[in-house]
Structures are given as C-alpha cells and as structure tokens.
Write a protein that binds this ligand. Structure first.
Ligand SMILES: Cc1ncc(COP(=O)(O)O)c(C=O)c1O
Ligand SMILES: [Zn+2]
Length: 389
C-alpha cells in the first residue's frame, strides 16, 4: 500500500490514514489522501496499465485500500470517451467528446466514489454507513453497502427523483425522505451519527470518495493517449469529481506521465443553484450558501459545498471558468444530445452543452480545441423531469 497519510486540504495538518476519519480535527476542512508516488510508480506505469482489469481498480497503486479482499466492486469506471462528431458539427467544435458516466453501476459517476469509500469503510471497520444525498450518491451507496454487507442509512430531500428512492429501497437501504435540501439532510446525519454509530460518508467529509472519483482524471489521460483535452466541462454540485481530477493530474505529473499543461476546468451549475458561479464571478475563494436553491437537475441542487475553495482554486489555476445555465436550457439539451449522439444524459450532464455554446459565443473556447463534456448520470432516472409522453 502506498498511502503515507491524510492531509488537510486547507491547513495541511497531517492525519493518520489507518483509522476512520472525517474532517480535519483542527480546522474542519476536507482531508485528502497522500501517496508515496515513487513507490507507486515502481509497478504502476503507462505501459503496465495495458491488460489490466477494465474498471477503476486498474489504478490500484494510487487507490487507498490495503488488502485486496476489502475491495468492494461492481465493475465501476473505465467508461467510454465517446467522440461526439455530429453534436460537434452542430455547435462548431471539431474535437468534441462525451465521457459517458451513465454506463457505471447504478448509472452514475457516484459509483466511483462509493466503491472507494465503502471499500475503505469496510477495511477500517465501519458497520453502518450514512449519507445525505441529492439522489445518485444514495443509489450508489445503497448498492455498494449491500455488496459489502454493511448497513446503510440514506437521507434525501422528499422531491428527489423517484428512481433514486426506489433503487435505494430495492438494494436494502434504510431511506428517510426529508422536507428541505441536501444541506438539511447533511445536518440530520451530523446530529444523529454519534448516537446511532453511523460513519458519515458525505462527500468530502470523508477522504475516500474523492479517491474513487479522481480515476476520472486517470482515465481521461489514458484515453487521450496522455495528452488530456483542452477543456473539461463538468456539472458541479459538491465538486468531488472536479477536485478529484485536479488531484489526479498532479499525481500523474509527479509520476512523470503527463507534463504541466492542464485542461481548463469549467464548472457548470443550474441558474437556480449556482453558488460556485457566484463566488467565481465575485472573486471569492469560499462560496456563500445559495438561497432558495431550485433546479430539476437534482445533483446540482447543492447550495453549499464544503470543498468550495478546492473547486474555485482548480478553476482559477487552470484558467477555466464557471457558468450557469437555466433549467429550460439543460432540459432542451438532453434531447439535443440524445437525438444527435444516442446518449440519454442526466439533466446535469446535458447542462454541459448549453455551457459550451455560451463559452463559444463568448470566445472562451476556440473551435479547434478539444472539449470533453461530462455526462455524469443517466436520463432514465429523471423521468419526472421530462413530462408526460
Ligand atoms: C448526475 C449528477 N451529476 C453531477 C452531480 C454533482 O457532482 P459533484 O458532487 O461531484 O459535483 C451529481 C451529484 O449528485 C449527480 O448526481
Ligand atoms: Zn485543517
């Protein structure tokens, strides 16, 4: 195992890796996993990857689990990077791609984070896992907890898409629906976890979901023959995928796999809940809670993200930006992507398309740059959002 320790992303205080941890004991910010990358690089190389298992555990040396027996897997990751030629022609971009995360177990990219987090929870002895969720994270945790034989307690807003509620129930989770938003659900988990003996698997409130999600960055590098795209457009709620990719790029550079060139990271949010966009525009490092958050893209209904400063740092360091699109735009985009490329996107993923159009119109993306849109989930889980047939 190549993990050396956990480190606070804000104050850099060192924390022990071999026990269950949530936030920094000093400042309450997220902990990130640190590796001995020189040791990892002895067996993990660009060449040694060929022929490895086709899920995210192919990057075994830079993932946190010590004992292989604790890996909880349903075949997550290694999703296709689909060329979107027809859509590219429509919008006028020559090299357009969709990273199709709807092909993961439980049909969203949340499977990556939960595979890593549940594996570590199992390894470090947790018995009961709890999570507040906008929907897809709940479905993923329920499935991975079942796979691991662990108990699972889910807290979701009452108006979460029905598919997410049903999948949790059918994979054996204890589901509580709450009036309010994901932040209210998080507060409820926080209030009760000690008495109930729950380990809190809220995103970035434990160190390992981001490790699963960082494999998006490793895959993107591998699938672009180690060149990486010029622009990544990512629908951002808690921001774990974006933060994870940014971490992966650094790790790969330290191992000598890529150079210092980075994609420009673009956050997309719904105009009804755009705290990161607002903070970016106001030049702030921390985002204020977004009032009256509302959007059909339930995964983007995150009014306050604990990793806000990490998202904003990555956007700024990369020369990227943050942009909001309306619900009308993202719902219309679902059909546009589906009809031209055959990918029935989650509304969150579809939001990347109107964002790209705005960036092109503003001259922030050049027509011959390579652009990756992240389809983070499956449209079929959001049937309510598309109205009656
Ligand atoms: C489909 C989908 N896309 C995007 C997001 C936002 O993800 P992140 O928390 O990594 O920003 C979510 C989160 O619930 C989601 O379910
Ligand atoms: Zn700290």
């Amino acid at each position: 195992m190549n993990v050396t320790h956990l480190e606070c992303a804000a104050c850099h205080l060192r924390h022990e890796a071999q026990r269950l941890q949530n936030l920094c004991t000093e400042c309450g910010k997220p902990l990130l996993v640190k590796y001995d990358l020189e040791a990892a690089g002895k067996t993990l190389s660009r060449v040694s990857l060929a022929g490895r298992r086709s899920d995210l555990w192919r990057y075994r040396e830079v993932l946190p689990v010590e004992n292989d027996e604790n890996i909880v897997s349903l075949g997550e990751g290694w999703t296709p990077l689909l060329p979107a030629t027809r859509l590219g022609e429509q919008v006028g971009v020559k090299k357009l791609f969709i990273k199709d995360e709807s092909q993961n177990p439980t049909q969203s990219f949340k499977a990556r984070g939960m595979s890593a987090a549940v594996s570590m929870a199992k390894e470090l002895g947790a018995q009961k896992l709890a999570v507040p969720s906008a929907g897809n994270a709940a479905g993923a945790l329920a499935a991975y907890a079942a796979r691991a034989g662990l108990a699972c307690f889910i807290f979701m807003p009452r108006d979460t898409p029905r598919a997410n509620v049903i999948e949790c129930e059918q994979t054996g989770a204890h589901v509580t629906l709450m009036d309010g938003l994901i932040t209210d659900c998080g507060a409820e988990v926080g209030r009760r976890k000690e008495a109930e003996g729950w380990f809190d698997v809220s995103t970035l409130k434990e160190p390992y979901r981001v490790e699963g999600k960082k494999t998006l960055g490793y895959e993107l590098a591998e699938q672009t023959d180690w060149t990486l795209p010029d622009v990544i457009i990512y629908p951002t709620g808690g921001g774990t995928g974006l933060i994870g990719m940014w971490k992966a790029f650094d790790e790969m550079e330290q191992m000598g796999w890529i150079d210092s060139k980075r994609p420009r990271m673009v956050t997309v949010q719904a105009s009804g809940c755009a705290p990161i966009v607002r903070a970016f525009e106001d030049g702030k490092r921390f985002a204020e809670e977004f009032p009256n958050a509302s959007t059909v893209a339930s995964g983007l209904r995150v009014p306050k993200a604990i990793g806000d400063f990490l998202i904003l740092d990555a956007i700024r360091e990369s020369g990227g930006t943050a942009i909001a699109v309306s619900d009308e735009e993202l719902i219309a985009a679902t059909r546009a992507v589906g009809a031209s490329e055959g990918v029935f996107c989650a509304p969150e993923g579809a939001a990347c398309l109107p964002a790209l159009k705005k960036l092109l119109a503003a001259g922030a993306v050049n027509r011959d740059e390579s652009v990756v849109l992240f389809n983070t989930g499956a449209g079929v889980k959001y049937l309510e959002a598309f109205g009656e047939p």
